[in-house]
Design a protein around this ligand. Structure first.
Ligand code: DHB
Length: 308
């Protein structure tokens, strides 16, 4: 038995891969992901120019996850276009993640990745850590403006990395845009932006940038991630593939995301903590649960949440 899946028509050897963010910025890190049991190579969200990112401390492990305000440290998109050619030999899907600082940036990067060796392009509309830059996906007008321009630049499937939504009206507005622009996949959810963790000893926030306001990840956010996957699944069914992200650290977590409607899950905080061994461990745990429950494929589990 395997946990094969498909995203936007592209085959993945398992439904478990790395999330954009931890340990995926340099070529060495990406090569380690390529050699691991991650079923794809997801790259760090990139910008037009290389960036150092925010001042440290900018990533702190917490009892139930992590808080981060990295500030998009990355090597600039041209490096990731080049890395994609070199990573091709590993024969697994390569996913670019683009984070524009303005609409023109998204257009330029999507155009170049369309000509590259990447298989999928994730348009990140939800980075919470740039001072003075709202998360694009909370502004439906700005989102539409970006989508209207990037979906005519080539044939490779394009998906959206979305922030958590909380109000059902927001989901509906985003789902309408997803259908109108033929979005191939969505990634739900990015970290919960602008949260605050305080150290009572030092009487300070635990991270430096934005007065300590950063993205919350890990166990804390799993119920919100599950709800986002589920509601988008209900609204979109098989019109779009869904990556679930947010607090996946065990096979049971993956199983829950599949029930909610995910086609695959991305591992962020657990990968940062445990390294590349996490992908194999979680995949084995998932297989064990599926065997015990009599499921023989991801497709059989997908979306099959039962109601009370
Ligand atoms: C960063 C954080 C995010 O949540 C994201 O989607 C992209 C970039 C960062 O701070 O580097």
């Amino acid at each position: 038995m395997k946990t094969l899946t498909k995203i936007a028509g592209i085959e993945f050897s398992s439904c478990i891969l790395n999330a954009s963010g931890p340990n995926d910025t340099t070529f060495e890190e990406l090569a380690a992901i390529a050699e691991s049991m991650s079923s794809a190579i997801m790259m760090k969200s990139c910008t037009i120019e290389p960036r150092q990112g925010n001042d440290k401390p900018r990533y702190v492990r917490l009892p139930l996850g992590s808080i981060q305000s990295m500030g998009l440290p990355n090597l600039g998109y041209k490096e990731y276009v080049r890395f994609a050619s070199e990573l091709k030999k590993y024969n697994k899907p390569i996913i670019a993640s683009v984070a524009g600082l303005c609409t023109a940036d998204y257009i330029q990067m999507v155009k170049e990745f369309q000509k590259s060796e990447v298989d999928l392009i994730e348009v990140n509309l939800s980075c919470p850590n740039l001072e003075g830059k709202p998360q694009a996906a909370y502004d439906f007008q700005q989102t539409e403006n970006i989508l209207s321009k990037v979906f005519e630049l080539g044939e490779k499937p394009i998906g959206l990395k979305l922030p958590p939504y909380y109000d059902l009206a927001q989901y509906q507005q985003m789902a309408e845009l997803i259908i109108r622009y033929n979005v191939s996949f969505i990634t739900c959810i990015n970290s919960i932006g602008n949260t605050l963790i305080i150290d009572p000893e030092t009487e300070t926030p635990v991270i430096k940038a934005k007065s300590g306001f950063g993205g919350l990840c890990g166990d804390y956010i799993k119920p919100i991630a599950l709800a986002n996957v589920r509601y988008f699944y209900e609204l979109l069914k098989d019109k779009v593939s869904i990556f679930g992200v947010g607090g996946v650290k065990s096979g049971t977590d993956v199983f829950e995301f599949l029930l909610a409607g995910a086609d695959a899950v991305q591992i962020g905080t657990a990968f940062e903590k445990e390294g590349v061994g996490s992908f194999q461990r979680i995949n084995e745990e998932l297989l064990e649960i599926m065997r015990r429950k009599g499921y023989s494929s991801v497709q059989e589990v997908k979306g099959k949440l039962k109601y009370l």
